[in-house]
Ligand binder design. Structure first.
Ligand code: SF4
Ligand code: SF4
Length: 217
């Protein structure tokens, strides 16, 4: 069954795919996709987002939603249930229905940085994630999740203009809000980036991260 999913997603142009088990969801098998953002567009961000980044952010999200729906329809054609998690949708209280990075990390595709972002092993932090939950029987990653590799680095802590990043390393036992203040982040974006990105994108902690491939030579 994994091969059916992989073939479907590859036909849509997806190159990074992983599988994990999410015990606390009704549909317990997760398919994760990692979509790299344009290095050129990300490279245009300095101390604020750009119109080009906002456009790219939205079109990649739309691509993820459409690609996963296509994959979900194939899952359904085999008689299984599926649920495509929205690429980007708040369900209130700075939360989403299901955090994509939880599944992507359990699938062994990357780890979570002090900036609260998923850091892809292959592409760094400049990615968007997608998730399908399903009861289709799938082989899932059995290897331990990759721990944080931030260590002594605090570049994003210093770079965040909202002072929203605490500097704590993410761990399985710590809720994410202990390392990031989502209200401070959101309030800053709404106040300063309303005209450019409608107050929902920033990009500074992506572009400044030392794991950003643009910073790695
Ligand atoms: S998105 Fe911007 S404001 Fe929010 S944590 Fe990152 S750098 Fe700070
Ligand atoms: S800038 Fe440094 S501390 Fe922040 S997420 Fe990237 S590697 Fe981790």
């Amino acid at each position: 069954m994994n091969d059916i999913i992989i073939q479907n997603l590859k036909t849509s142009g997806v190159k990074e795919i992983g599988f994990s088990r999410i015990d606390n969801m009704p549909l317990k098998n997760a398919v994760s996709i990692v979509i790299p953002l344009s290095k050129f567009v990300i490279g245009g961000i300095t101390d604020k987002p750009t119109f080009e980044y906002f456009h790219h952010y939205r079109t990649v999200n739309a691509y993820i939603d459409n690609t996963l729906l296509k994959c979900g329809l194939e899952i359904a054609s085999f008689g299984y249930d599926y649920q495509c998690v929205a690429a980007s949708q708040s369900t209130g209280g700075y939360k989403s229905y299901f955090p994509h990075k939880t599944a992507a990390r359990l699938a062994g595709l990357g780890w979570i940085g002090k900036n609260g972002l998923f850091i892809s092993e292959k592409y760094g932090p400049a990615v968007r994630l997608g998730t399908i939950l399903t009861n289709m029987p799938l082989r899932v990653n059995e290897k331990p999740a990759i721990p944080s590799k931030c260590a002594d680095c605090n570049i994003c802590v210093s770079a965040c203009p909202a002072m929203a990043i605490s500097g704590e390393e993410w761990s399985d036992n710590e809720p994410e809000k202990m390392i990031i203040d989502p209200k401070a982040c959101s309030d800053y974006m709404k106040k300063h980036f309303q005209k450019m990105g409608r107050g929902v994108v920033c990009g500074i902690c992506i572009v400044k991260c030392r794991m950003n491939t643009n910073n790695m030579g």
